[in-house]
Design a protein around this ligand. Sequence first.
Ligand code: PLP
Length: 401
Amino acid sequence: MPVSGSDNLDPPPGVARHRLSGSDNLDPPPGVARHRLSGRLPVFPWDTLTDAAAVARAHPGGIVDLSVGTPVDPVAPVIQEALCKAAAVPGYPWTAGTPELRSAAVAALARRYGVSGLAEHAVLPVIGTKELIAWLPTLLGLGADDLVVVPELAYPTYEVGAVLAGTRVVPADSLTQLGPEAPALIFLNSPSNPTGRVLGVDHLRKVVGWARERGTMVASDECYLGLAWDEQPYSVLHPDVSEGDHTGLLAVHSLSKSSSLAGYRAGFVAGDPAVVAELLAVRKHAGMMVPGPVQAAMVAALDDDEHEAVQRERYAHRRQVLMAAFASAGFTIEHSQAGLYLWATRGEPSRDTVDWLAQRGILVAPGDFYGAAGARHVRIALTATDERVHAAAGRLSSPAR
Ligand SMILES: Cc1ncc(COP(=O)(O)O)c(C=O)c1O
């Protein structure tokens, strides 16, 4: 797996270790290991979009930012009120989550996604799911002897988690690619970021059966499960997938997109009670607690399906407008049956498409952020206001300025 960025702090050949200027002294700061951890991680991909962003921002009609996928709609009043009501509480929050939060999560998974048989102690709140994903292999005690499998086109944090724990990591979409290996952990993501692809029940069942035979844990990142358009995604905990047995299974749920709570940092993990207990045991020591007011806000969000439906409708509308506009501008849209993104190509390198769109004041993410297989695609997020989405559609139907 290509992991760029050097962990070698030596200066290039011919350059003195303590450079004359002094200001770019390459010694690490006191207390930081000579082979810095950050040096093992991939280049932060968004830093490579700076030039395209500057071009898009210079458009006279302003930028339409469809790159990062950050929510733009205000948090529902029912959630804000719950946050405010808990704002005066001075004590430390529960790492395990309040009983109200755990039961609200169990009830929401049952109501919204048909997950049954989940005990309240099989749920654990996390400080946004990016945090959980990045630390999961470490929290599970995995290391150099272990293998983590990630999707071929994937949210980069799966690989980051493996690198932080020092495990081996392999991108693979099919089990046959793995040969006789018995991975410690497989990440699934349906609906997918970036492609919007949905894994069918049969596929999920096959992965779960295979994982059980090999003693592999399955972590299913389900943060887009509530955004179903043309295909119905399933939770790994759904009885049609798990057969009612959650052993070795974890479902990872974020409230960032379904309830526009990205700024609150609110998510939870649910599944195998023994694994959840183990995560809790480590997280208690590490101070990985969700703030109390955020836990209260999560209860309100999980109890209320109304705001979630309103948000889904907003994205459905934006998706229709953007799909039509990109298709009429000559893009081919692939997958995208569910989730928060359109996966599109003009049959050229993705950075050329990023530049073509930036000329029109539209910023998208190049597919290469997510793996080599994305080199000719771009990811278009549905997260802009209706006004910005219509502005993008107008620009796509007229020549560049
Ligand atoms: C696939 C996937 N998983 C997890 C996350 C992290 O979400 P959060 O940390 O906001 O819960 C994202 C965010 O975009 C994502 O796309």
